[in-house]
Design a protein around this ligand. Structure first.
Ligand code: AGP
Length: 615
């Protein structure tokens, strides 16, 4: 996720763009840049780090003009460097653009352009500038009047992936072209001026009148006019809407908290995580960054997943995936334990550090220890260019976008997705058949729609939360692959509502925890239709007999669940290995609504930090 702001009007663009970038910094903050057109030239200034750094750098430059584009980056492809920061040029320094999204086939497109275009960055975005420039030049070669919008449309016809983009051309100073597929863009309408941005936040100080671009739309925007087309170049009628949000609401896209927004981001960022990372025909994953030959991969006889907190519960799901698909014995180690345990690893051990921030001190120290002892050490990380990403010898970014709420939600689901893909990639080198791989990948592709189905039940989940909010203790139960889900549900409830809760594998109940069961001790049990369903059901029957209030997560269609309790939240059916991707979501929402109801500071719970960089 990155932030885009563009302006065309009669005021100086620079102050508007810089102010706009500050409003958008929540969408990405590793580097930023502006480009402004004037007198047939484009002036571009970029800087690594937050907007303050860019602002400082701009003091040494004169960047004047009334049309410009700007970007604050959250890196996905290519490290955090000034070279990789947007805006990006084509070859002749006249066409420049900013982009939010992922271009899946950028390597292929680069190859197709051949060596007539020189690339200067490691980003997936730069290809867009060159491709649009190529189509623009083709128009000239064919003696057509050069038309930036048409060049954009022709270029986008070859692109696979997602984009929200704004293009500016030095020879067309009265024009910006915006296009959207999968990444939001809003156009703000002022008097003789237009604003274009990733969300309405940066334009609210100037106008409340906006037009939301939809997927597959391309807009040609001048000072006084805006025309919108679809990718078949047919004109589209757009409606002007009046925005009622204030700035903070707009940043949260109308959600009350970042946590809620991030829970609802999950279907979209899940698609970002898996996009372009599998081959359905061969039934395998193709996560490129592992930096291991097939032989090295086959030589791995043990996997260790190192993580903390929510990342460690995601890793526990990963363990199931690695053992089931790849047949490799896999352990999950909490980083703070691993680093002091004198761990046994060797050159056949593959160690993954799993971390949203990529800065967690314990995880980092544990990975250093594993590296020292000769293991393959790789990262599964969200923040590009973070310390773990830099210090490991490869790995994969989970593409969840900035996660601002302290409670991790969308990073968890994307971590699970990546570990499942890795497990499949290893599995296909050993024992998994193409057909099994294809079945798994098809089921993975259905996950976003199923996540939506769960999110649509938010009102019912809220109702349950209100019913249960006053209990002082909770027990979360799961079995098999749903035990880590129970752990994560309990973790979420604790950290944002401050209610005491525990999670147990349901089979352990009779070894001690049964003694706690009573009418004031609610049990949230995950009883979806997996291979342990019957056993889990028996456990729930026992709890019912002991009069503890029961809230069930059950598979859609399991009417029998209603015999055990009135309180059932249904989730869609999926392959057992993928159940945590769905079953965790009602638990995130349950914790969220209880915390809100109890008046907690949901996005910034007491005593916790987003990034734990100290031991
Ligand atoms: C998650 O809700 C927590 N805030 C916390 O447990 C977190 O998952 C843990 O600190 C690990 O962080 P990391 O993923 O950035 O390494």
């Amino acid at each position: 996720m990155c932030g885009i702001i563009a302006y065309i009007g009669n005021k100086q663009a620079l102050p508007i763009l810089v102010k706009g970038l500050r409003r958008l910094e929540y969408r990405g903050y590793d580097s930023a840049g502006v480009a402004i057109a004037q007198d047939g030239k484009i002036n571009r200034v970029r800087s690594v780090g937050r907007i303050d750094n860019l602002d400082e750098k701009l003091k040494d430059h004169t960047v004047e003009g009334t049309v410009g584009i700007a970007h604050t980056r959250w890196a996905t492809h290519g490290g955090v460097t000034e070279e990789n920061a947007h805006p990006h040029f084509g070859c002749d320094g006249k066409l420049v653009l900013v982009h939010n999204g992922i271009i899946e086939n950028y390597r292929e497109l680069k190859t197709n352009l051949g060596d007539t275009h020189e690339f200067k960055t490691q980003t997936d975005t730069e290809i867009l500038a060159h491709l649009i420039e190529f189509h623009y030049e083709q128009q000239k070669i064919h003696n057509e009047t050069p038309d930036v919008r048409l060049a954009v449309e022709h270029a986008l016809a070859h692109v696979r992936g997602t984009y929200g983009l704004v293009v500016m051309h030095a020879d067309h100073p009265d024009l910006l072209v915006a296009a959207r597929l999968g990444s939001p863009l809003v156009v703000g309408i002022g008097e003789g001026e237009h604003y274009i941005a990733s969300d309405a936040t940066p334009m609210l100080a100037y106008t409340k009148k906006v037009i939301f671009l939809e997927d597959g739309e391309v807009a040609e925007i001048s000072r006084d006019n805006m025309e919108t087309y679809n990718l078949k170049d047919e004109a589209i009628e757009k409606h002007v809407e009046e925005i009622e949000w204030n700035e903070t609401q707009a940043q949260k896209q109308g959600f009350d908290h970042f946590m809620l927004k991030e829970i609802f981001d999950q279907p979209t960022v899940f698609e970002d995580a898996i996009r372009g990372r599998y081959n359905l025909l061969e039934g395998t994953a193709n996560l490129g960054g592992l930096n291991m030959s097939d032989d090295e991969m086959r030589s791995v006889n043990r996997v260790i997943l190192i993580a903390c907190g929510t990342a460690s519960y995601a890793a526990m799901v990963g363990k199931y995936a690695f053992e089931r698909l790849a047949g490799i014995p896999t352990e999950v180690d909490v980083a703070s334990e691993f680093r002091y345990r004198d761990p046994i690893v060797d050159e056949h051990t593959l160690v993954f550090g799993v971390s949203q921030s990529g800065e967690t001190a314990d995880t980092l120290a544990a990975l250093r220890e594993a590296k020292r002892k000769g293991a393959f050490v790789r990262g599964i990380v969200n923040v590009v260019g973070s310390t773990i990403a830099r210090e490991t010898d490869g790995g994969t970014y989970i593409h969840a976008g900035p996660e601002l709420a302290v409670a991790s939600t969308k990073a968890y689901t994307n971590m699970v997705a990546i570990m499942v893909l890795y497990a499949l990639q290893f599995g296909r080198l050993k024992r998994v058949s193409p057909a099994t791989g294809q079945r798994l990948l098809k089921a993975l592709r259905e996950i976003p729609a199923k996540m939506h189905e769960i999110l649509e039940q938010k009102d019912l989940i809220k109702e349950m939360a209100l019913k249960y909010k006053d209990y002082k203790d909770f027990l979360f139960l799961g079995r098999g692959i749903n035990f880590p889900v129970a752990l994560e549900g309990s973790h979420k409830l604790k950290e944002i509502s401050y209610i005491h809760s525990e999670a147990y594998p349901a089979g352990e109940m009779k070894h001690g925890v049964n003694a706690l069961l009573a009418s004031d001790f609610p049990v949230l049990a995950i009883m979806t239709k997996d291979q342990l369903y019957d056993k889990m059901r028996s456990n729930v029957e026992e709890i019912k007999a002991r009069k503890a209030p029961i809230l069930l997560i059950a598979t859609k269609g399991d009417e029998g669940a209603k015999e055990l309790t009135d309180d059932v939240l249904y989730v869609p059916d999926t392959m057992e290995l993928l159940e945590p991707l769905l079953n965790t979501i009602p638990l995130q929402l349950f914790a969220y609504y209880i915390a809100v109801e109890l008046g907690r500071d949901v996005d910034r719970p007491r005593n916790l930090a987003k990034s734990v960089t100290v031991e």
